[in-house]
Design a protein around this ligand. Sequence first.
Ligand code: NAD
Length: 501
Amino acid sequence: MVHTHPRAQPPRSPVSAGQRNGEFKNLVNGEWIESKTGACFDNINPADTSDVVGRFQASSAEDAHEAVRAASAAFETWKRTPISARARILHHAAEYLEDHASRFAEELTREQGKSLNLSKDEFLRSAQTLRFYAVEGQSLTGETFPNDDPDMTVYTQREPLGVVSIITPWNFPVSIPARKIAPALITGNTVVFKPSSDAPLSGYRLAEALVEAGLPKGVLNFITGSAADVGAAITEPAVIRAVSFTGSTAAGEHIHRSVAFTTRTQMELGGKNPLIVMEDADLDKAVDLAIKGGLSLAGQACTGTSRVLVMASIKAEFTAKLVTKVKALKIGAGLTSGMDMGPLATAKQLETVKRYIEYGKREATLLCGGEHLSGGIYDRGYYVSPAIFADVTQEMRIAREEIFGPVIAIIEVSGYADAISKANDTEYGLSAAIVTSNPRYINDFAQDIQSGTVKINRTTTGNLINAPFGGLKQSSTSTFRESGRTGLEFYTQTKTVYRGC
Ligand code: NAD
């Protein structure tokens, strides 16, 4: 939720640190500065809305243009900075994140709602991502091509693109920025980074880590504000050579269509991820995978399990086990240890989830949960009990649309072919899983499923730093994958050189 209000005092001149009295600044051209608007917005704790985690700059298009100009001015020098120097900065930034992981994790939990353990893992994973690209980026190579001229060498060389914009959501507010910013920087690009207004502090800490590590001015510019105010300024000018975006399909499609013809895009978008439970599945394991995949992060993972397709012969037993376990989950603040599920991250998300639960109640059978919790701590945050729906059919909204909340739809299937046909009957294709030990199903599933991530006897959620990640269909622009070595390709272009003597 974003409240804008004027700042009490007139803007101060730039100061070396970006944070004072709970107010966090933009980073433009190496200076931590306030927005020209003189306004801030509050970053609210979804587990306790009386807790303001910080106030961030409500930037304008003018602020954003300045950030783009700074990135543009810094490019030629950064491009020529030795790769070992660029790598060293990423290593130092990783160290900074590791050194402060406990404190930053608490902030992440306060701004986003997930448990402290998950927040700490996310900071450590982000540090690991910086280290991975510091190493992997140093061995990115071109190719040489045989030819008939003995005096000529033909080869490709890679070079950075220029200014890239990085726009990220609130659910993984540091690991998603890290997996975009690290490959952008190691390959010599300069960056304008806009985090989500619903969890900007963790991204701020990443920017701070890179500054503390010695990143030269203008190479990374951090700017907060609403998409309406700064979105076009950081996506549409032709000087922006690439936009790496993670967020909703609607916003990603809009950006993809509005950028310049010469701007590359990498859009990682929504999902409606299925988990198929075959007749031979270990049902306890299948239940655990459904719960972990569907309800950790309160269902707010792009790869979260939102549909469970269960064979008719085992549906009753699976469903009974699932409902029993889901009813026993403890719901509370991420800062409280022992909680299984935290709040929804924003007031808007709470409204969306409640709306889909109402659709579900009209369309299908609610087996448990789906209540907007109240009383005690629940009155202070955005808490919903996880909802399990049965008798869900393909045409229902809860079977088709991304909810991004703790709602699982159980869909009965009659066999493997029916399961695949229903799993693929969606506009999305981000992640999909199957629970089975049958080698035939395992083999066929990896081929038949229309999904960028395929999991066998694992949750739909979770992906490795060193393996490619991305979706099919409307879950991604399917141009360049993120993560792993492949993640470097988006940020480089190739020249073919014919070198004679
Ligand atoms: P969102 O689309 O509302 O916002 C994402 C980011 O884009 C925010 O920083 C927002 O301010 C910015 N933005 C929105 N419109 C913009 C525009 N026109 N120009 C520039 N910036 C713009 O998404 P959200 O609510 O923050 O995140 C939830 C969504 O993200 C879900 O749909 C989820 O599936 C998706 N997601 C996808 C992945 C993935 O890797 N595929 C990962 C995490 C989340």
